[in-house]
Design a binder for this molecule. Structure first.
Ligand code: GLU
Length: 467
């Protein structure tokens, strides 16, 4: 019995993409489900394109999602001596050879092959050479098996077979002595004793080369699970063109981490018709065999729907904390204003994102700087002035101390004047919030407080009177 060890191995050349986050999630879920180990490895061998900012952004995204890792982060750039050691081992064993062909020679051969309609594959010139030209630059190539096939049983895609004759003698070390990507991955996965490699299916074509390397080095070959891509609505691979693709951008747009995780887990994986999964349920129910073979289309509407669900069901105090940065960016200061948790309670039923919630919370703290004139224009001026007067009088003389009590007062005002609720509720909502998109009147009044409510109705009355 072997213990499950999985890894997420992002290249730090950008932020944490939602596709990467889903790969990380699948790995994490499997580890949590089976009591295995989840490792984070930063694949920064591409020194030109890897940045510290990107590493930070990836770690930030992982932490925000709560995908905590058990080992790492390990950096490939720390393992160069190890890679060198294994290159030497393969050379010593005759499983790799030095290739002195120049870039020009290789280009010429490639062009000739293309002209003659052959696959442009390294022709093996240096495979059997036994001289070692002094001082001439060389790469190290893996001596790949020539005949037969390399096959593996992918946990998602089933059996995949590659004829070996289609695979080049892979370069494992460049002229400058640095190891190449596919080689590093194998050394790392083997030395980290990874048992299951779950990654994007853009790596399917790398897998046979990697398997050949495992075999040549005498390492056990792990299992592979290649997760299909995420596409945009036009069925092209999801990219910035389709909108936000970074996990942190979703945080900043006001998504809850559990909503994004729930969305991502269902992107390609299903469990009956279930849509809502708590973390515990995901861990319990996730099965890599139930990940579909075809690509999935990213659907923002569904993500919004899930986010609204989680906002509605979240603890208002937690939401209040999460809402703070969204309020600060709107120059809203909460001290001295209504209790933010109470504000959240009036908004969480309807908000799809924290951004939307923040937008709707602004009026509680900043009195309207203007009014929705089109909405006011639906009522005649005389009516508005009478309503504002009557409501002010009613509220000032009341001792109502809950939303239901306030709602009753409004019913009384309606009854006494022969008005319908809309004829009173809308003008007052506009007076209090500036517009008509606001929670129920009783809730607003209770949250704003009686004094502030009366003050705002008075302001609106002056505004209308001065028109
Ligand atoms: N670094 C690779 C990537 O970001 C992942 C390689 C792997 O998982 O084997 O696509």
């Amino acid at each position: 019995m072997s213990e499950l060890r999985v890894r997420f191995a992002p290249s730090p050349t950008g932020y944490l993409h939602v596709g990467g986050a889903r790969t990380a999630l699948f790995n994490w879920l499997l580890a949590r489900k089976q009591g295995g180990t989840f490792i984070l490895r930063i694949e920064d061998t591409d020194v030109e394109r890897s940045t510290k900012e990107s590493v930070d952004a990836i770690l930030e995204g992982m932490k925000w999602l709560g995908l905590e890792w058990d080992e790492g982060p390990f950096y490939q750039s720390d393992s160069f001596p190890l890679y060198k050691e294994y290159v030497q081992k393969l050379l010593d064993a005759g499983r790799a050879y030095k290739c002195y062909c120049t870039a020009e020679e290789l280009d010429a051969k490639r062009n000739l092959a293309m002209q003659e309609g052959r696959k442009p594959k390294y022709d093996g010139t240096c495979r059997e050479r036994d001289d070692q030209p002094e001082g001439k630059p060389y790469v190290v190539r893996f001596r790949a098996p020539q005949g037969g096939v390399t096959a593996f049983d992918d946990l998602i895609k089933g059996t995949i077979t590659f004829p070996n004759e289609e695979l080049d003698d892979l370069i494992i070390q460049r002229t400058d002595g640095t190891p190449t990507y596919n080689f590093c991955v194998v050394i790392d996965d083997a030395s980290m004793r990874i048992t299951t490699v779950i990654r994007g299916d853009d790596h399917v074509n790398n897998t046979p080369r990697q398997i050949q390397l495992y075999e040549a080095l005498g390492f056990p070959v792990p299992q592979f699970a290649h997760v299909p891509m995420i596409l945009g609505s036009d069925k092209a691979r999801l990219s910035k063109r389709h909108g936000a693709t970074s996990v942190i951008a979703y945080r900043d747009m006001g998504f809850l981490p559990e909503a994004l995780l729930n969305y991502l887990v269902r992107l390609g994986w299903s469990h009956g018709d279930d849509e809502i999964f708590s973390m515990d349920e995901m861990i319990q129910k996730f099965d890599i065999h139930n990940v579909g073979r075809s690509a999935s289309v990213f659907n923002t509407e569904k993500l919004l729907w899930l986010n609204a669900h989680y906002i509605k069901n979240s603890d208002p105090e937690r939401l209040a904390d999460l809402l703070m940065p969204h309020l600060s960016s709107r120059e809203v200061a909460t001290p001295g204003g209504p209790d933010l948790t109470a504000v959240v309670r009036t908004l969480q039923e309807r908000a799809q994102t924290l951004e939307e919630m923040a937008e709707r919370a602004v009026f509680y703290y900043n009195a309207p700087a203007g009014y929705d004139d089109a909405a006011l224009a639906k009522f005649d001026r005389g009516h508005l002035l009478t309503v504002f007067g009557a409501v002010t009088e009613k509220l000032s003389s009341s001792a109502a101390d809950d939303a239901a009590g306030i709602d009753r007062l409004f019913k009384e005002v309606c009854g006494e004047n022969g008005w319908k609720m809309g004829q009173v509720g809308q003008p007052v909502r506009i007076a209090l919030s500036g517009g008509t998109q606001a929670p129920g009147i009783g809730e607003i009044v209770m949250t704003l407080g009686m004094e502030e409510t009366v003050r705002r109705i008075q302001m609106a009355r002056e505004y209308v009177a001065g028109k």
